[in-house]
Design a binder for this molecule. Structure first.
Ligand SMILES: [Mg+2]
Length: 111
């Protein structure tokens, strides 16, 4: 069985001048919004649920994509301003997952 992957292509935003600091801060902001959306779905603050589950899930999904978009923006900053190779880092990332036992390489699984 081939390794299951979720391939998400997100654009480089061309109407912003992001820095490492601004994208990192934004990433934390967006992660907070995601946590808030999940908290709302679960009614974790004891508040009455004001939106239905479908709407709550839609909001969670939107916030998750904001997190992903911001992470991608930060990758562009690292590549373009600091000469980091995300491609190389990605290879090492996969190796790390295997080493930690989170990803089990099998037949056709390591390509
Ligand atoms: Mg957001």
């Amino acid at each position: 069985m081939p390794m299951q992957k979720k391939i998400v292509a997100l654009p480089k935003l061309n109407n912003l001048t992001p820095t490492m600091e601004s994208t990192a801060l934004k990433l934390m902001e967006e992660a907070g919004e995601l946590a808030q959306a999940i908290g709302k779905l679960r009614g974790m603050s004891g508040e009455r649920r004001t939106v239905g589950e479908r709407e709550a899930l839609a909001r969670i999904t939107r916030e998750l994509l904001d997190v992903a978009q911001t992470a991608v923006s930060m990758m562009f900053v690292l590549e373009e301003h600091y000469g980091v190779s995300i491609e190389k880092a990605l290879d090492e990332h996969i190796k790390k997952l295997i080493q930690k036992g989170y990803l089990v390489p099998g037949e056709g699984n390591t390509e």
